[in-house]
Design a protein around this ligand. Structure first.
Ligand SMILES: NC(=O)c1ccc[n+]([C@@H]2O[C@H](COP(=O)([O-])OP(=O)(O)OC[C@H]3O[C@@H](n4cnc5c(N)ncnc54)[C@H](OP(=O)(O)O)[C@@H]3O)[C@@H](O)[C@H]2O)c1
Length: 248
């Protein structure tokens, strides 16, 4: 089975490509690095030819409400149109637990992406998860404040991207089912603690300062809106187990 992975070079996408192979399928990688632009649509129709499913693991690094909505709506519309043209029967998307409720900044883009899919009569599946363990690494890449590391005040129950990737491939291998049961990590953590542990484990010496982000975005991160509800499925790998797999 040919499975297209959009955002194939990202934190999740690289794991999805591996999971597609591990499941005995053929991955087709999409990113600007592979010559396909999900915003302009260049190269998209050709990349989708003969595919049975597409897993959309693309993302913007922008946290502005306008840019995030623009990115996720344009990409989703372009993908759905190209899938129709190429006869791809299954669109698999990933969103974030609580994003539609917070609906601000980056999460406004995820809410808009979800809305587009929910308006489609069929042909799609959507998995919502918590932050990945890799989110701590992503924050380290973006939040340097001079000699300090800025981290938003945030409650999170992070999950292994490898487990999310395997789940997305299992979903893509079956029929479209709309909204899938959500998937969270094994335990709640404070994001500033995770970043501290990540910095220490990777030999980086930088004091971490917690930032109280203003507005609905920051409130959503602080108040537990992004945490799973009781009874949500939980992944197995803890943050510390993941950290032990990261080399310096
Ligand atoms: N990170 C988390 O903790 C987390 C948690 C839950 C859900 N999610 C969701 O999971 C998905 C993946 O997130 P991530 O953190 O893995 O993203 P990421 O690491 O930032 O990767 C983004 C990917 O999108 C590609 N991309 C960006 N713009 C593109 C364009 N115009 N055309 C083609 N490809 C483009 C990038 O490749 P190029 O730059 O080479 O184009 C890259 O492969 C997103 O939908 C995100 O909302 C993330």
């Amino acid at each position: 089975m040919k499975i297209v992975v959009a955002g194939a070079t990202g934190s999740l996408g690289t794991q999805v490509v591996e999971a597609v192979r591990a499941a005995g399928h053929e991955p087709v990688s999409i990113s600007r690095e592979t010559g396909v632009d999900l915003i302009s649509g260049v190269g998209l129709t050709e990349a989708l030819r003969g595919a049975s499913a597409i897993i959309d693991a693309s993302a913007t690094s922008s946290t502005s409400t306008k840019a995030s909505i623009e990115f996720f709506t344009t990409v989703t519309r372009n993908l759905l149109a190209a899938e129709r043209a190429a006869g791809v029967p299954h669109h698999v998307a990933i969103s974030i637990i609580g994003a539609a409720k917070v609906n601000a900044n980056y999460y406004a883009g995820k809410a808009a992406q979800e809305e587009i899919l929910r308006a489609e009569p069929d042909g799609w599946s959507l998995l919502r998860t918590t932050q990945f363990h890799e989110f701590a690494r992503q924050l380290v890449g973006h939040g340097k404040l001079g000699p300090f590391q800025g981290v938003p005040q945030m409650r999170s129950q992070p999950v292994a991207a490898t487990e999310v990737a395997a789940e997305l491939v299992a979903i893509a291998s079956g029929d479209p089912r709309g909204i899938e049961p959500e998937l969270a990590g094994p335990q709640e953590e404070k994001m500033s603690d995770l970043v501290r542990r990540y910095l220490a484990a990777t030999g980086q010496r930088r004091p971490v300062i917690e930032l109280s982000i203003p507005g609905a975005w920051g409130r959503g991160m602080r108040d537990g809106s992004l945490l799973p509800k009781a009874g949500t499925r939980r992944g197995r790998q803890t943050f510390d187990e993941w950290l032990a797999t990261q080399s310096r």
